[in-house]
Write a protein that binds this ligand. Structure first.
Ligand SMILES: [Fe+2]
Length: 494
């Protein structure tokens, strides 16, 4: 800043000395006669010349003076721009020697006009050729001048090569971005801080059915289903205020709405950036209907396979047929009644279907023995939890199915088996299965006793609520049977 200021000051001083009228103080000094005044004037002029030279020689802009189509003066920057030393140019080369052949005519014309007095000033760009043959682009600000009593062309040259190269690469990256933006299959939608659409690609046109001109300026939320609108808009406002795009992360899965009103499952990822006109949010939106359907089909297939396996296990023991299916259905209903996440609800269902697979290792005659078991036989039966765990731990379920099989005979007070776990040491899913298992078992016929019915089963639950069974699970189960009308599918047969 200081340097620039100083330079500006110097330029003004030089200008003052050379101006026709001249400043008042100068005139006064010149009119007072005497050789000392002349000396002072000469010294002042010399000083000005020095200052002028210093400025031009150190200028980052190229400067030149041409007479008779030859360079009479070039500053070091000018020479350097072309890869020469000043002395290699001055009185040796003319402007046309440094110009790209295709621009020669233009430069010649511009220099000629000034030398012949046809133009006072010129401003143009032209390509130059450096000593090593590389091409540069310069912008020339030229003026007509008189030097040593003869016409001259003076001017400055600013190197635009780097600037143009940058502009070129910016243009190229913009073109690359545009072509990706338009050719990508996903919808790319950019909105401003007011959640209004400001950019819209062909993918978005295909996905949502709106033409670009139809949707620009429209609120983004019309593209999502009714049940997401309020929440999304509120989160968006918070994100726009803070610039924190993470506030929108929970909307990674949403429902989109097409122009014709149909809804579809969508996946959305959002980035936030600062444009010239303020904050911008760009979302990439993808229709995941097919993927969701494929996933649902796979999940149904898994359920069918597990169900078939569960039923196959029970064919060895006709008295407990459908036991696992019943436990699974009740456990799922309890988990839902408790308001647990969808993942837990699904997990207890699969855990229920498989919790007794360890019984495969128990001889059928013990399983269907009509009289009470001996202590040895009981110990063998209790092994089914461990055996079940061994079988199921090899399957990579997204739920703790093996743990559920292992722990479904544990009791909250530590009186269960195989490990005598207490309270929270038993996973919630297993505490749910324990309740469902006992209710199902008491309600139905067993080899060693007739069915005692659900009333009796619920009484057992109430009696041991908080002792053997998790009280929250018991409450949910009681509410299901007494208030929500839950019934086992096989109850009618009992
Ligand atoms: Fe069991």
């Amino acid at each position: 800043m200081v340097v620039a200021h100083t330079k500006l000051g110097l330029v003004m001083a030089v200008g003052d000395v050379n101006s026709e009228s001249g400043p008042r103080w100068q005139e006064e000094e010149l009119t007072s006669s005497g050789s000392s005044n002349l000396e002072r004037e000469l010294s002042s002029l010399k000083e000005s010349e020095e200052l002028f030279r210093l400025l031009v020689e150190s200028s980052p802009v190229g400067a030149y003076l041409i007479q008779d189509f030859k360079f009479v003066y070039v500053n070091p920057t000018f020479a350097e721009l072309f890869g020469y030393k000043p002395e290699e140019i001055v009185n040796r080369l003319g402007p046309l020697d440094l110009v790209h052949p295709d621009d020669r005519r233009k430069v010649e014309e511009n220099v000629r006009k000034r030398l012949q007095g046809e133009a006072e000033t010129v401003r143009y760009t032209a390509r130059g050729v450096r000593k090593d043959g590389t091409v540069i682009v310069g912008e020339i600000f030229g003026q007509r001048a008189t030097f040593r009593g003869r016409p001259a062309a003076v001017g400055s040259l600013v190197d635009l090569t780097e600037k143009l190269r940058l502009l070129e690469s910016l243009k190229e990256s913009e073109e690359r971005y545009r072509s990706m933006f338009q050719s990508i299959k996903d919808a790319i939608v950019t909105v401003d801080a007011d959640a209004q659409v400001v950019d819209w690609n062909k993918g978005a046109e295909r996905l949502f059915g709106y033409a670009r001109e139809e949707i620009l300026g429209q609120p983004f939320i019309r593209l999502v289903s009714e049940r997401y609108r309020g929440k999304l808009l509120a989160a968006f406002r918070r994100a726009a205020e803070s610039g924190d795009v993470r506030l929108l992360e929970e909307f990674a899965e949403i429902e989109g709405v097409r122009r014709n009103g149909t809804e579809f499952a969508a996946e959305m990822s959002i980035a936030c950036w600062k444009g010239r006109e303020g904050l911008r949010f760009t979302g990439i939106i993808r229709d995941v209907t097919e993927r969701k359907e494929a996933f649902a089909r796979l999940e149904r297939l898994l359920e069918e396979v597990v169900f078939a396996f569960s039923a196959a296990v029970e064919t060895r023991d006709p008295y407990t047929a459908r036991h696992q299916a019943n436990v699974a259905a009740l456990a799922r209903a309890i988990a839902a009644e408790m308001g647990l996440p969808e993942k837990v609800v699904k997990g207890v269902y699969f855990g229920g279907l498989l919790h007794d697979v360890g019984k495969l290792s128990i001889p059928t005659e013990i399983l269907s023995k009509p009289t009470p078991l001996t202590p040895t036989e009981r110990a063998l039966v209790e092994q089914h939890t461990l055996k079940g765990y061994e079988i199921l731990k090899r399957v990579n379920f997204p739920w703790p199915v093996a743990e559920m099989a292992l722990q479904h005979h544990e009791r909250v007070d530590g009186s269960g088996y195989p490990r005598g776990l207490k309270g929270d040491e038993i996973i919630l899913e297993a505490r749910i299965l324990a309740v469902a298992d006992v209710v199902e078992a008491i309600s139905h016929h067993r080899p060693y006793r007739p069915a005692r019915g659900t009333t009796q089963a619920l009484r057992e639950l109430e009696e041991h609520r908080g002792v053997l069974y998790d009280p929250r699970v018991v409450d949910a189960c009681l509410s299901l049977f007494r208030e929500k009308g839950f019934r086992f599918e096989t109850e009618a047969e009992v």
